[in-house]
Design a protein around this ligand. Sequence first.
Ligand code: ATP
Length: 332
Amino acid sequence: EEWKDRGAAVGVRRELDKSGRPVVRQIKKGVRDFAFGRVLGEGSYSTVYLATDRQTLKEYAIKVLEKRHIIKEKKIKYVNIEKNTLNRLTEHPGIVRLYYTFQDETSLYYVLDLCNGGELLGVLKRTGTFDVECTRYYGAQILDAIEYMHSRGVIHRDLKPENVLLDDQMHVKITDFGTAKLLPDPRTNPDANSEGTDGLDADNRNGDDGRAASFVGTAEYVSPELLTHKNACKASDLWAFGCIIYQLLAGRPPFKAGSEYLTFQKIVNLEYEFPQGFPPAARDLVERCLVLDPARRLTIEHIKNHEFFNGQPFGRPLWRSKAPRLRPYVPP
Ligand code: ATP
């Protein structure tokens, strides 16, 4: 039972000091400091509650994980990966932020950004498809968040519309880092091979990194290199990005079949089609992301400069801009 942060009800808060450097403050926040409200959702190993900080009245989402259940299901490793990853990714508006962690006898608590807008998948299902403006906007926010996580040495490995949450401004917040791969942090280890394309993914070789389990319902976004070489790299997230762009405009993911096995077959054979009237610039972008060889896929910089994103701001202005009204795509 190696719970990394022992000590009951002691919280850790990450903030920036006066010169903008991240600092970790030990503050005593515990279960009693929050008023728990309704259940926002349930995962296989967790329940997420709406909660209010009694002192500041700020609202959060608190993810509660039952220790006994996690031990029984042998998920301690993934719980720690999620926490360690989130602790590395605290400075970007497009990533769900972890504010405090604490524990009591029975449970672990993660205090997270509240995402009132739900999952991007749910929003997409309501409109069926997104028009080009919405796809460009949400695509840009997802890409900006991917760029940040890659710059911090994190490969998500499970990007899909269920893992893209939306806050009350309908801005993107990426979540679910339980199957992320942590590369040496480029900030503390600038000489490290931060590309992660070395073909040696110890986690995956062990075959127990949770990937197989998370295939359930996720097969559609898995990159071909993961299927053929059991190896994920930064470019694997951009394969998933290409799948998401396709899905926003088409209303369904590019690779979908009756079974997981058949979906994998389609992926490794690059077997997919565009619906009639799919916007040509988006088609070109998707075709350059859905490339079997990860080394030949567009890089983030290339994607930002692609004509599909022509005129689209990235960085700060993107996160200050208002979300467009959701409209379905109407082919010409
Ligand atoms: P599984 O573990 O089975 O893959 P999951 O990853 O979705 O499921 P959780 O991350 O615990 O599990 O999330 C459970 C549900 O709670 C999600 O489906 C989502 O709807 C909701 N949820 C998660 N995080 C937040 C958040 N920060 N704000 C609002 N709702 C959230």
